[in-house]
Design a protein. Structure first.
Length: 282
């Protein structure tokens, strides 16, 4: 199943079109993506048993964040060894978790404002929680996930790395700094959800390429680690870390400039495209 936000309405992507969930269910499920996600298990059963109407065409610009208002957004630092090495650290002994503020979430296409500073890319696999859960063992993590989507953990490095301790959450939470999409893909749609190719291009240059199977801590291990401390809720997001190739570790460093296009792709999950414009003060 491919769950999306089309023109602000919870939808299923079928072929090249979309089916409005509220319309197809005679309002059994809400048009609000967050409310529909809140009944994820029922929604999956309904979708599998329902003869869906013909999908309606849509444009990429119609797609918003499939999870527009998550309650919690977790993120993981240093979860690929090449990124650990380029950052000059040793492999972590346990997942290094921080947060992105939910107001940074945006959709898979469009423009993002550049704040002052050094804005960097970080393509990431994002796990989407499908139901409230706590103390979930790694082996059972798939049972609490709605699916996976593409994400970018955009980062303004000057703010992020300022101070002691560093300001990770603020530096990674400017408006638009958490693009996700184009859809939440259920695990059964993927041949191997634990090993997906991911690539990131800045204009015509490939800046990141890896596979999610290279993560130090798997999605299951991350779910176990997080839920051992706090419960998760339907629609919560887990940004699972970025591979090597970020801009601030290059020689010389390279950052996103006005007019650049960032293309973020993960095998089986789709592609996001964002153009960057200088943000006006005020």
């Amino acid at each position: 199943m491919r769950f999306a936000n089309v023109r602000g309405r919870a939808s299923l992507l079928v072929g090249d079109g979309a089916v409005d969930i509220a319309g197809a269910s005679s309002d059994q499920f809400s048009h609000d993506p967050m409310l529909a996600l809140g009944r994820w298990e029922e929604l999956v059963v309904w979708a599998a048993a329902t003869d869906l109407p013909c999908p309606t065409p849509f444009e990429s610009a119609d797609l918003g964040a499939p999870v527009p208002r998550p309650r919690q957004v977790f993120a993981v630092a240093l979860n690929y060894r090449p990124h650990v090495q380029e950052a000059g650290y040793a492999d972590p002994e346990a997942p290094l978790v921080f947060t992105k503020f939910p107001s940074c979430i945006t959709g898979p296409y469009g423009t993002i404002g550049l704040p002052p500073g050094h804005v960097d890319w970080e393509i990431e696999l994002v796990a989407v929680v499908g139901r409230e859960a706590a103390h979930v063992p790694a082996a059972a993590a798939a049972e609490v996930l709605a699916g996976l989507t593409v994400g970018q953990d955009l980062s303004e490095r000057l703010l992020q790395l300022s101070g002691r301790p560093a300001q990770f959450s603020l530096g990674k939470s400017h408006p638009g700094f958490g693009p996700i999409g184009p859809a939440v893909i259920t695990l059964d749609e993927l041949a191997d959800p634990d090993d997906l190719a991911l690539t990131c291009h800045l204009d015509d240059e490939q800046v990141q390429a890896s596979r999610t199977g290279s993560m130090i801590f798997s999605v299951g291990q991350l779910v176990e680690h997080i839920t051992a401390v706090c419960p998760v809720f339907a629609g919560d997001l887990i940004f699972t870390g970025t591979p090597g190739g970020v801009g601030n570790r290059r020689t010389p460093p390279l950052f996103i400039a006005e007019g650049n296009e960032l293309v973020s792709s993960i095998e089986g999950l789709g592609e996001m495209r964002h153009r960057f414009l200088r943000r006006h003060p005020g």
